[in-house]
Design a protein around this ligand. Structure first.
Ligand code: SF4
Ligand code: SF4
Length: 325
């Protein structure tokens, strides 16, 4: 069945599954908050997967884990998800960005809209490098702050502080009741995403920047066979990462999602292939492999008791009421 699906179809199927999961998580968390703040009597368990939206807490959890060996039990799932995304990048390039992250799906839809409206533009190589600077600066700032700017005592203080306990609720409120500034910024991002291919993912997302840098170590990569290539440029035009595939023999760019749209677009059979350690592998491996890593991480964390938050419910309710009412 996987062999029959084209790479874009497989990508959309997997992305849609994760989008549904995210929406369900958001809805369940909303209902949990209603109960926790006394607005509803119907108890709904807190979905731990809501912590996927807490990358800073996850980074702090990683620092704590590396220094003390202790797993953060305030937002344990955040750490499990970050580690799983990092493993995905180390093995399967940016499969997390290409298949798991719902922003990737929205980005892809904006790309399609931009092409249909003939608005889509691809910056030249130097402009693209300059536009990428903010995401690496943001990543550098977060890594410096968490790993060098704060000592362990400050990390502990933040982790056990009320702000951290309610970070998930604040994130939900951010989306449920956006301020005017937030709306303006989101609207600008939507417009820019329509004009510049994969604007958020390609130029602004620090999470993607981290995974892109890790993906350099990945044994998986896209290869182009220069002997059979007819230089039609279709691979380059199809690439959501704006990579000039037609000029490369091996795509080692930190923007490669492993989505294999370049292969799908190529008119020469076998000219573009996905390879791992020098051997050709099926194009679905990045997508299905990314799902397997995420599912595996969830099962492992669940089994080890490192998925669900361990915070007394009465304390959590007190903090939620304090911050949200
Ligand atoms: S090079 Fe190919 S696999 Fe990589 S992002 Fe571009 S289209 Fe996708
Ligand atoms: S689409 Fe295929 S034939 Fe055309 S430039 Fe790319 S690799 Fe070469």
């Amino acid at each position: 069945m996987l062999e029959k699906m084209t790479p874009p179809v497989l990508q959309r199927v997997i992305q849609s599954m994760f989008l549904v999961l995210c929406l369900h998580t958001g809805w369940q968390f909303h209902r949990f908050l209603l109960w926790a703040t006394g607005a509803s009597e119907v108890f709904v368990p807190r979905p731990a997967s809501v912590e996927a939206f807490l990358p800073i807490a996850a980074l702090m959890g990683l620092r704590r884990l590396l220094q003390t060996g202790a797993w953060d039990m305030v937002h344990p799932a955040a750490l499990a998800i970050l580690l799983a995304a990092m493993v995905t990048a180390l093995v399967l390039r940016k499969g997390f960005c290409g298949y798991v992250c719902p922003v990737g799906l929205i980005s892809g839809m904006l790309n399609t809209l931009g092409r249909r409206l003939s608005l889509s533009r691809v910056p030249g190589p130097w402009a693209a490098r300059l536009l990428s600077v903010p995401k690496y600066l943001a990543l550098g700032f977060f890594i410096y702050t968490v790993f060098f700017g704060m000592d362990l005592a400050a990390i502990e203080q933040f982790a056990t502080g009320p702000y951290n306990y309610v970070a998930d609720a604040r994130m939900l409120r951010f989306f449920q009741s956006p301020s005017r500034t937030t709306m303006v910024v989101l609207a600008a991002l939507l417009v820019l995403g329509t004009v510049l291919r994969s604007f958020w993912c390609r130029y602004l997302c620090p999470y993607g920047a981290l995974l892109g840098l890790l993906s350099w170590a990945s044994p998986t990569s896209v290869r182009r066979d220069p002997a059979t290539c007819v230089q039609c440029g279709r691979c380059t035009r199809a690439c959501p990462g704006c990579i000039r595939v037609q000029d490369m023999e091996r795509v080692l760019s930190p923007e490669c999602l492993g989505c294999m749209r370049c292969q799908e677009a190529c008119p020469v059979e076998g000219c573009i292939s996905l390879r791992a350690a020098g051997r050709a592998i099926p194009s679905w491996v990045t997508g299905v492999g990314s799902v397997a890593v995420m599912l595996g991480a969830w099962l492992l964390a669940l089994q080890a008791g490192l998925w669900d938050q361990r915070v007394p419910m009465a304390m959590l309710q007190r903090f939620y009421r304090m911050f949200l009412e």
